[in-house]
Each structure stands twice: as C-alpha cells, then as structure tokens.
Write a protein that binds this ligand. Structure first.
Ligand SMILES: *Cc1c(COP(=O)(O)O)cnc(C)c1O
Length: 221
C-alpha cells in the first residue's frame, strides 16, 4: 500500500465536498501514521484507549485524535485531556463520565451519539427514538463539559448496496429531524459520521461529513 497515494486519492475525492477524512490507524504502527501525517493527513481515528494513549504522545501534537470504538466508562479519564471527538457514545452514563472528565480537564469534549442502523444485533448504539429523547432530555442540557456535535452510524456489513444506502439515508433523515428541533445549548447537529472503506462512496452521497477509512489507506490489518 502506498499511503501517500491513498491519502491523495481521498483528498481529491472529497475536494468538492464538505466531508472530511478520518484515517483509521488502529493496529498500525506509528511509522505508518507518520507517513500519512507527512502526506498531509491530520485526523486519525483509533478504537482502543490503550492504543490511542500509546500513540498520541509520540506523534505530532497537531494531530486531531478521534475515538471511534466502543468506550468503557472507566477509560474516559485516559483520553479526556486530548481527544478531539468521541464518535461512539452509546449511553447516558458514558456521557456523564465524559462530562466529569471534561470538567477535570477544564475542556468541553465533543461527542457524537452512535445510532444503531445496521441489521446486525452486535453493533452498539442508541435506537433512533432513544437518541432523540436523550438529546431533548433535561439531563443532557446539564452536561456543561460535553458538546454533542452530531451522530455516528455503521451500516450492515454486506455487499447489498441498496441496504447500505437505505441505512445511511435513515441516519441522515434522523440527523435532519433532530436538527430541526429546539436543541439544548450543548447540542449542535454538525457532523454525520458514516462510511468506511467498503461503503464510503454511498455514505458521502447520502450526506456523510466524516468518513472513517482504515484499510483503503493503510492496507489490511
Ligand atoms: C476499523 C473501523 C473503521 C475503518 O474500517 P475500514 O474498513 O478498515 O475502513 C471505521 N469505523 C470503525 C468504528 C472502525 O472500528
């Protein structure tokens, strides 16, 4: 894999869009991340706290680190000082802990609510109704050190592109619906994180603002 060429490929693809590229660097060594950085990439995504905290201090400080994988409540404190966006918030309890750690670090932490859009049972996330109710709840408005900036979803892992499109469309519709509500000050619907190596073209066509690409940049894991 030529990382530089792959980054250039995605930069060109996204040039006429408002969608940004997240290079998903999980399992990749720091040398490869550095290579992508030198090709101009600044946003990187990791799915494990342990890997994220090992890589962050040894790589350039102007990297924006995104947490994209399931996050356990007891691990929030390890990333609270530097994480730019947490894509995978799937419970109110987690949001409360992010708020607590944001307060300790005197910074507001950007979060996306992960919404379950796939057919598979195994994927984490809120139901659509649940996500809407949480956003409109009195409790969320009290989390001063949390900023909810949008939604994240993962489509079913399938070659059936009609199904994938339907799921992304559904998430975009929810995003639009929530955007039109009267929202608390710490909620602003800006980002829609959807699309991976296999399905990013559909995701971008359906309104994604953040694609999370691993394999198509770094090769297999
Ligand atoms: C690994 C991962 C990706 C990237 O997957 P690729 O198929 O390698 O592009 C995107 N999002 C999440 C949540 C991931 O865990």
């Amino acid at each position: 894999m030529n990382i530089r060429n792959n980054i250039a490929f995605f930069q060109k693809k996204l040039a006429d869009t408002t969608c940004k590229l997240i290079a998903v660097s999980k399992t990749q060594p720091v040398e490869k991340i550095q290579e992508a950085f030198e090709a101009g990439q600044r946003i990187f995504g990791e799915n494990k706290v342990q890997e994220l905290t090992a890589k962050q201090p040894v790589l350039p400080p102007d990297i924006e680190w995104h947490m994209i994988g399931h996050l356990q409540t007891n691990k929030v404190k390890q990333i609270a000082a530097f994480v730019s966006l947490i894509h995978s918030v799937d419970s109110f309890k987690l949001l409360e802990e992010i708020n607590r750690q944001g307060k300790k670090n005197n910074r507001s932490i950007n979060c996306l609510l992960q919404v379950h859009i796939a057919e598979e049972e195994t994927k984490f996330g809120f139901g659509e109704q649940e996500a809407t109710e949480l956003i409109l709840s009195k409790e969320i408005a009290l989390l001063e050190f949390v900023k909810v900036t949008g939604l994240m979803g993962m489509a079913t892992f399938t070659t059936n592109t009609d199904q994938v499109r339907k799921e992304f469309k559904g998430l975009k519709e929810l995003f639009n619906k929530i955007s039109q509500l009267s929202l608390p000050v710490n909620v602003e619907m800006k980002e829609l994180s959807m699309g991976m190596s296999q399905d990013y073209e559909i995701a971008v066509a359906e309104g994604s603002t953040l694609i999370r690409i691993g394999t198509a940049i770094f090769g297999g894991r």
